[in-house]
Write a protein that binds this ligand. Structure first.
Ligand SMILES: Cc1cc2nc3c(=O)[nH]c(=O)nc-3n(C[C@H](O)[C@H](O)[C@H](O)COP(=O)(O)OP(=O)(O)OC[C@H]3O[C@@H](n4cnc5c(N)ncnc54)[C@H](O)[C@@H]3O)c2cc1C
Ligand code: SF4
Length: 333
């Protein structure tokens, strides 16, 4: 591991100043992914700015905005996965998010890992994580997964780089229409999470649009009314803990006594380099009463157009099943 400077930030302003003052400085939240990247010699930061102890950045609250309408959820980037999973109001009002947080990694990791770090962690492709392979993501010419060991890789959007986006929480957050507040010295911007997470075609070496010197300061959800229902399902090889083979988040707006679907948002995780909106499935469900036949038709539409690689076609059937079950689970929640 390279020698590095350690800066203990006590405020967001202090963290921004410490980032700006030294090229090659990086932020550390829980440190779960950053430490892995350093041990794997993928990251060699000159300075680590520890934001773990910045007061207030772990806040979870509901913002009514004085409108008298439903509250909007705000989550600080330092909120741990364990806290998000255990928060009763999140579980009641955005169940998909609580379930994604509660099924990621292990209990120990969920106690360390933060929401911000989870969204910004690097991919787990074993070629990327091995210093023996100089693949496209590291500036090389080749994607070794295309013709190599690709059983855990993408089945959509996999032409340039076949990573699957590693963040379990990004899947429900995209389904629920989350946006991110990004701060830099003297300014801030808010960007939809779906636009922030970028495809390899935009820049194969990056997974998101975080700019140098920016701090993720808050994750924001739009107001969710009582008619919003959501569900998250994950399929992994092991029951105890594992990365997903496939995960699905569904958010439905239901209306009328028959519970017709006014709007559906269906997102596949571990399917593509970004959380993958299944737009054909969303369209198939719109205006329909959510029953088994409608869920089956939407699930079929969700996987139409998949482009699996030599060793991961098995994922297509898993996704079809998970989408159907997640739609029914959301409608019945
Ligand atoms: C065995 C194992 C199993 C796992 N299984 C899963 C799983 O099933 N699902 C899943 O989703 N994840 C899984 N993970 C990954 C784990 O959830 C992430 O590593 C963790 O969430 C990262 O959070 P952190 O706070 O430790 O991030 P850090 O390691 O501290 O940071 C990660 C990156 O985010 C940047 N960063 C952090 N916070 C900010 C901020 N506020 N603003 C700007 N940049 C920031 C850092 O600079 C760094 O680049 C697993 C990890 C392990 C080791
Ligand atoms: S999938 Fe992406 S990260 Fe993995 S080998 Fe191919 S280019 Fe590299």
């Amino acid at each position: 591991m390279n020698p590095f400077e350690w800066v203990e930030a006590t405020s967001v302003e202090g963290a921004l100043a410490a980032l700006a003052a030294r090229p090659g400085a990086v932020l550390k939240a829980g440190g779960v992914d950053l430490l892995d990247l350093m041990k794997e010699r993928i990251a060699a930061p000159a300075r680590i700015v520890n934001i773990r102890n910045v007061a207030g950045l772990d806040r979870i609250y509901w913002d009514g905005g004085g409108r008298g309408g439903p509250d909007a959820l705000r989550i600080g980037p330092l909120a741990t996965l364990a806290r998000i999973a255990a928060d009763a109001a999140i579980r009641e009002r955005c169940r998909a998010l609580a379930d994604a947080a509660g099924h990621a990694a292990t209990p120990q990791i969920r106690n360390m890992a933060t929401l911000g770090g989870n969204l910004l962690q690097r991919p787990r492709c074993w070629y990327f994580r091995s210093e023996d392979f100089h693949c496209r993501k590291k500036g090389g010419m080749q994607c070794f997964a295309q013709d190599g060991e690709n059983q855990y890789h993408a089945i959509f959007g996999n032409e340039v780089c076949a990573i699957v986006h590693p963040s379990a929480l990004a899947t429900p957050l995209v389904a629920l229409g989350a946006s991110l507040l990004l701060r830099r010295a003297g300014s801030s911007r808010e960007v939809a999470l779906e636009e922030f997470l970028t495809r390899p075609e935009a820049n194969v070496q990056r997974e998101n649009a975080l700019e140098a010197g920016e701090v993720l300061a808050e994750v924001r959800l739009p107001p969710l009314g009582p008619s919003t229902r959501s569900a998250y399902l994950k399929q992994a090889e092991k029951e105890s803990f594992d990365w997903p083979l496939a995960e699905v988040a569904v958010a439905l707006e239901l209306e009328g006594p028959a519970g017709r679907c006014a709007r559906a948002s269906i997102v596949l995780g571990a399917a593509a380099p970004v959380p993958w909106r299944a737009k054909a499935a969303e369209a198939a469900l719109a205006g329909k009463a959510v029953d088994d036949a409608a869920a089956r038709a939407a699930a079929k539409a969700a996987v139409a157009g998949a482009t699996p690689l030599a060793k991961n076609a098995y994922k297509v059937r898993i996704f079809e099943t998970l989408v159907r079950r997640a739609i029914l689970a959301a409608a019945q929640s």
